[in-house]
Design a protein around this ligand. Sequence first.
Ligand code: MF3
Ligand code: CO
Ligand code: CO
Length: 266
Amino acid sequence: MNRRPATIKSQAEIEAMRTTCKLAARILKMAGELVKPGVSTEEINEAVHTYTVEAGAIPAPLHYGADVARGIPPFPKSVCTSVNDVICHGIPSSREILRDGDIVNIDVTCILDGFHGDTSRTFLVGEVRPEACRLVEVSYECMMLGIETVKPGTRTRDIGIAIENHAKKYGYGVVEEYVGHGIGRNFHEEPQVPHYRSRGENPRLRPGMTFTIEPMINLGAKETVLDPDDHWTVRTADGSLSAQFEHTILVTDHGHDILTDWAKLS
Ligand code: MF3
Ligand code: CO
Ligand code: CO
Protein backbone atom coordinates (compact mmCIF):
# COMPACT_ATOMS: atom_id res chain seq x y z
CA MET A 1 0.00 0.00 0.00
CA ASN A 2 1.33 3.43 -0.77
CA ARG A 3 0.78 6.23 1.73
CA ARG A 4 -0.46 8.85 -0.70
CA PRO A 5 -4.02 10.12 -0.15
CA ALA A 6 -6.81 8.36 -2.04
CA THR A 7 -7.11 9.54 -5.62
CA ILE A 8 -10.33 11.21 -6.75
CA LYS A 9 -11.10 9.91 -10.23
CA SER A 10 -12.08 12.31 -13.01
CA GLN A 11 -15.20 11.74 -15.11
CA ALA A 12 -13.05 10.10 -17.82
CA GLU A 13 -11.30 7.89 -15.27
CA ILE A 14 -14.65 6.85 -13.82
CA GLU A 15 -15.82 5.79 -17.29
CA ALA A 16 -12.64 3.73 -17.69
CA MET A 17 -13.25 2.14 -14.27
CA ARG A 18 -16.83 1.29 -15.27
CA THR A 19 -15.59 -0.48 -18.40
CA THR A 20 -12.84 -2.51 -16.74
CA CYS A 21 -15.07 -3.42 -13.78
CA LYS A 22 -17.82 -4.63 -16.11
CA LEU A 23 -15.25 -6.86 -17.80
CA ALA A 24 -14.07 -8.21 -14.44
CA ALA A 25 -17.67 -9.09 -13.55
CA ARG A 26 -18.11 -10.83 -16.91
CA ILE A 27 -14.92 -12.87 -16.43
CA LEU A 28 -16.00 -13.89 -12.94
CA LYS A 29 -19.42 -14.97 -14.20
CA MET A 30 -17.78 -17.10 -16.90
CA ALA A 31 -15.38 -18.63 -14.34
CA GLY A 32 -18.25 -19.44 -11.97
CA GLU A 33 -20.01 -21.40 -14.70
CA LEU A 34 -17.03 -23.79 -14.79
CA VAL A 35 -17.27 -24.70 -11.11
CA LYS A 36 -18.30 -28.32 -10.62
CA PRO A 37 -16.86 -31.48 -9.05
CA GLY A 38 -13.89 -32.84 -11.04
CA VAL A 39 -12.69 -29.50 -12.42
CA SER A 40 -9.17 -28.39 -11.46
CA THR A 41 -8.43 -24.86 -10.33
CA GLU A 42 -5.84 -24.70 -13.14
CA GLU A 43 -8.65 -25.20 -15.68
CA ILE A 44 -10.37 -22.16 -14.16
CA ASN A 45 -7.08 -20.24 -14.36
CA GLU A 46 -6.64 -21.06 -18.04
CA ALA A 47 -10.20 -20.04 -18.88
CA VAL A 48 -9.80 -16.73 -17.03
CA HIS A 49 -6.47 -16.07 -18.72
CA THR A 50 -7.77 -16.74 -22.22
CA TYR A 51 -11.02 -14.79 -21.76
CA THR A 52 -9.16 -11.79 -20.32
CA VAL A 53 -6.55 -11.64 -23.07
CA GLU A 54 -9.16 -12.11 -25.80
CA ALA A 55 -11.04 -9.12 -24.37
CA GLY A 56 -7.88 -7.02 -24.86
CA ALA A 57 -7.15 -6.89 -21.13
CA ILE A 58 -4.37 -8.09 -18.82
CA PRO A 59 -4.91 -10.50 -15.91
CA ALA A 60 -3.55 -8.41 -13.01
CA PRO A 61 -2.53 -11.26 -10.66
CA LEU A 62 -0.06 -12.77 -13.16
CA HIS A 63 3.47 -11.86 -12.03
CA TYR A 64 2.09 -9.39 -9.46
CA GLY A 65 3.55 -8.58 -6.08
CA ALA A 66 7.15 -9.78 -6.13
CA ASP A 67 9.20 -8.42 -3.24
CA VAL A 68 12.80 -9.48 -3.69
CA ALA A 69 13.94 -8.03 -0.35
CA ARG A 70 11.36 -10.14 1.52
CA GLY A 71 11.85 -13.21 -0.66
CA ILE A 72 8.31 -13.04 -2.06
CA PRO A 73 8.03 -14.45 -5.59
CA PRO A 74 5.62 -12.96 -8.14
CA PHE A 75 2.11 -14.46 -8.11
CA PRO A 76 2.38 -17.22 -10.74
CA LYS A 77 -1.18 -17.41 -12.14
CA SER A 78 -3.89 -15.20 -13.67
CA VAL A 79 -6.56 -15.62 -10.99
CA CYS A 80 -6.74 -16.51 -7.30
CA THR A 81 -8.68 -19.67 -6.40
CA SER A 82 -9.14 -20.21 -2.66
CA VAL A 83 -10.65 -23.54 -1.63
CA ASN A 84 -12.20 -24.34 1.80
CA ASP A 85 -9.75 -23.24 4.54
CA VAL A 86 -7.81 -21.03 2.11
CA ILE A 87 -8.76 -17.44 2.94
CA CYS A 88 -7.28 -15.71 -0.11
CA HIS A 89 -4.49 -15.74 -2.71
CA GLY A 90 -4.85 -19.46 -3.45
CA ILE A 91 -2.71 -20.50 -6.43
CA PRO A 92 -4.51 -22.52 -9.12
CA SER A 93 -3.05 -25.99 -9.73
CA SER A 94 -3.76 -28.92 -12.02
CA ARG A 95 -3.37 -31.15 -8.95
CA GLU A 96 -6.17 -29.38 -7.10
CA ILE A 97 -9.47 -30.93 -8.16
CA LEU A 98 -12.73 -29.45 -6.88
CA ARG A 99 -14.79 -32.01 -4.98
CA ASP A 100 -18.43 -32.27 -4.01
CA GLY A 101 -18.98 -30.22 -0.84
CA ASP A 102 -16.09 -27.77 -1.38
CA ILE A 103 -16.40 -24.00 -1.41
CA VAL A 104 -14.12 -22.00 -3.72
CA ASN A 105 -13.54 -18.27 -3.97
CA ILE A 106 -12.56 -17.06 -7.42
CA ASP A 107 -10.96 -13.61 -7.37
CA VAL A 108 -10.67 -11.88 -10.75
CA THR A 109 -8.72 -8.69 -11.41
CA CYS A 110 -8.27 -7.36 -14.94
CA ILE A 111 -6.50 -4.31 -16.34
CA LEU A 112 -8.17 -2.58 -19.29
CA ASP A 113 -6.77 0.67 -20.73
CA GLY A 114 -4.63 1.04 -17.61
CA PHE A 115 -7.43 0.67 -15.05
CA HIS A 116 -8.08 -2.22 -12.66
CA GLY A 117 -11.37 -3.97 -11.90
CA ASP A 118 -11.42 -6.40 -8.94
CA THR A 119 -14.23 -8.76 -7.92
CA SER A 120 -14.66 -12.15 -6.28
CA ARG A 121 -17.33 -14.60 -5.19
CA THR A 122 -17.38 -17.83 -3.26
CA PHE A 123 -19.02 -20.65 -5.20
CA LEU A 124 -20.49 -23.89 -3.89
CA VAL A 125 -19.22 -27.13 -5.45
CA GLY A 126 -22.08 -29.64 -5.72
CA GLU A 127 -23.89 -30.36 -2.45
CA VAL A 128 -22.45 -28.27 0.38
CA ARG A 129 -23.27 -28.86 4.06
CA PRO A 130 -25.67 -26.33 5.62
CA GLU A 131 -23.07 -24.88 7.99
CA ALA A 132 -20.81 -23.99 5.04
CA CYS A 133 -23.74 -22.65 2.97
CA ARG A 134 -24.62 -20.32 5.83
CA LEU A 135 -21.03 -19.08 6.07
CA VAL A 136 -21.07 -18.24 2.36
CA GLU A 137 -24.46 -16.50 2.59
CA VAL A 138 -23.46 -14.45 5.62
CA SER A 139 -20.16 -13.45 3.97
CA TYR A 140 -22.15 -12.08 1.04
CA GLU A 141 -24.44 -10.22 3.45
CA CYS A 142 -21.37 -8.80 5.22
CA MET A 143 -20.05 -7.38 1.95
CA MET A 144 -23.44 -5.91 1.02
CA LEU A 145 -23.95 -4.35 4.47
CA GLY A 146 -20.51 -2.76 4.16
CA ILE A 147 -21.37 -1.44 0.70
CA GLU A 148 -24.68 0.02 1.93
CA THR A 149 -22.84 2.38 4.30
CA VAL A 150 -20.91 3.99 1.43
CA LYS A 151 -21.72 7.64 0.69
CA PRO A 152 -19.84 10.94 0.85
CA GLY A 153 -18.95 11.94 4.39
CA THR A 154 -19.01 8.51 6.00
CA ARG A 155 -15.66 6.98 6.91
CA THR A 156 -13.86 3.75 6.12
CA ARG A 157 -14.39 2.58 9.70
CA ASP A 158 -18.19 2.67 9.23
CA ILE A 159 -17.78 -0.01 6.57
CA GLY A 160 -15.77 -2.24 8.91
CA ILE A 161 -18.19 -1.76 11.79
CA ALA A 162 -21.17 -2.84 9.65
CA ILE A 163 -19.33 -5.95 8.50
CA GLU A 164 -18.00 -6.94 11.91
CA ASN A 165 -21.37 -6.45 13.62
CA HIS A 166 -23.06 -8.83 11.20
CA ALA A 167 -20.34 -11.52 11.31
CA LYS A 168 -20.29 -11.41 15.13
CA LYS A 169 -23.97 -12.41 15.33
CA TYR A 170 -22.93 -15.79 13.97
CA GLY A 171 -19.69 -16.10 15.95
CA TYR A 172 -17.61 -15.91 12.78
CA GLY A 173 -14.02 -14.61 12.66
CA VAL A 174 -13.34 -11.50 10.55
CA VAL A 175 -9.88 -11.52 8.97
CA GLU A 176 -7.87 -8.41 9.82
CA GLU A 177 -4.56 -8.81 7.97
CA TYR A 178 -6.04 -8.38 4.47
CA VAL A 179 -8.24 -5.37 3.75
CA GLY A 180 -10.20 -3.68 1.00
CA HIS A 181 -8.21 -1.14 -1.00
CA GLY A 182 -8.36 1.84 -3.27
CA ILE A 183 -8.07 0.80 -6.91
CA GLY A 184 -7.57 2.53 -10.25
CA ARG A 185 -4.34 2.82 -12.18
CA ASN A 186 -2.86 0.78 -9.32
CA PHE A 187 -4.12 -2.64 -8.19
CA HIS A 188 -3.75 -1.56 -4.55
CA GLU A 189 -3.80 2.11 -3.55
CA GLU A 190 -5.22 4.29 -0.78
CA PRO A 191 -7.49 4.12 1.13
CA GLN A 192 -7.22 0.93 3.15
CA VAL A 193 -10.65 -0.47 3.96
CA PRO A 194 -10.56 -2.75 7.02
CA HIS A 195 -13.49 -5.14 7.45
CA TYR A 196 -13.51 -4.71 11.24
CA ARG A 197 -13.64 -1.85 13.74
CA SER A 198 -10.08 -0.70 13.08
CA ARG A 199 -8.29 1.95 15.10
CA GLY A 200 -6.07 2.91 12.16
CA GLU A 201 -6.47 5.70 9.63
CA ASN A 202 -10.11 6.51 9.08
CA PRO A 203 -10.53 8.80 6.07
CA ARG A 204 -13.84 10.29 5.00
CA LEU A 205 -15.26 9.00 1.73
CA ARG A 206 -15.52 11.52 -1.10
CA PRO A 207 -17.21 11.39 -4.51
CA GLY A 208 -14.90 9.96 -7.16
CA MET A 209 -13.08 7.54 -4.84
CA THR A 210 -12.98 3.94 -6.05
CA PHE A 211 -12.14 1.08 -3.68
CA THR A 212 -12.94 -2.53 -2.96
CA ILE A 213 -14.88 -4.09 -0.10
CA GLU A 214 -13.86 -7.73 0.25
CA PRO A 215 -14.52 -9.25 3.68
CA MET A 216 -12.92 -12.61 4.45
CA ILE A 217 -15.08 -14.43 7.01
CA ASN A 218 -13.99 -17.56 8.88
CA LEU A 219 -16.26 -20.22 10.34
CA GLY A 220 -13.81 -20.33 13.26
CA ALA A 221 -11.19 -17.92 14.55
CA LYS A 222 -9.94 -14.88 12.63
CA GLU A 223 -6.24 -15.80 12.75
CA THR A 224 -4.37 -16.52 9.51
CA VAL A 225 -1.28 -18.45 8.43
CA LEU A 226 0.78 -17.69 5.33
CA ASP A 227 2.10 -20.72 3.43
CA PRO A 228 5.87 -20.80 4.15
CA ASP A 229 6.64 -22.55 0.84
CA ASP A 230 4.70 -20.60 -1.79
CA HIS A 231 4.59 -17.28 0.18
CA TRP A 232 1.06 -16.54 -1.14
CA THR A 233 -1.58 -18.98 0.06
CA VAL A 234 -3.30 -17.65 3.20
CA ARG A 235 -5.14 -20.21 5.35
CA THR A 236 -7.18 -20.10 8.54
CA ALA A 237 -4.92 -20.90 11.51
CA ASP A 238 -7.49 -23.32 12.93
CA GLY A 239 -8.26 -25.06 9.63
CA SER A 240 -11.85 -23.78 9.55
CA LEU A 241 -13.62 -22.80 6.32
CA SER A 242 -13.33 -19.24 5.00
CA ALA A 243 -15.54 -17.39 2.51
CA GLN A 244 -15.15 -14.06 0.70
CA PHE A 245 -16.99 -11.74 -1.67
CA GLU A 246 -15.56 -8.62 -3.32
CA HIS A 247 -16.90 -5.68 -5.29
CA THR A 248 -15.23 -2.54 -6.64
CA ILE A 249 -17.26 0.48 -5.49
CA LEU A 250 -17.47 4.09 -6.70
CA VAL A 251 -18.45 6.85 -4.26
CA THR A 252 -21.03 9.00 -6.08
CA ASP A 253 -22.39 12.45 -5.13
CA HIS A 254 -25.17 10.95 -3.02
CA GLY A 255 -24.21 7.32 -2.42
CA HIS A 256 -22.34 4.64 -4.33
CA ASP A 257 -22.29 2.52 -7.45
CA ILE A 258 -21.27 -1.14 -7.48
CA LEU A 259 -19.01 -1.09 -10.55
CA THR A 260 -18.55 -4.87 -10.67
CA ASP A 261 -22.25 -5.68 -10.21
CA TRP A 262 -22.86 -9.12 -11.70
CA ALA A 263 -26.60 -8.39 -11.85
CA LYS A 264 -26.02 -5.46 -14.22
CA LEU A 265 -24.46 -7.61 -16.95
CA SER A 266 -26.33 -7.33 -20.24
N1 MF3 B 1 -7.45 -9.75 -5.98
C1 MF3 B 1 -6.82 -9.68 -4.69
C2 MF3 B 1 -7.46 -8.52 -3.98
O1 MF3 B 1 -8.64 -8.52 -3.90
C3 MF3 B 1 -5.35 -9.51 -4.75
C4 MF3 B 1 -4.66 -10.66 -5.35
S1 MF3 B 1 -2.99 -10.32 -5.41
C5 MF3 B 1 -2.40 -11.68 -6.22
O2 MF3 B 1 -6.88 -7.58 -3.55
F1 MF3 B 1 -1.17 -11.42 -6.53
F2 MF3 B 1 -2.52 -12.72 -5.44
F3 MF3 B 1 -3.12 -11.84 -7.30
CO1 CO C 1 -9.14 -6.53 -3.97
CO1 CO D 1 -9.63 -9.33 -5.56
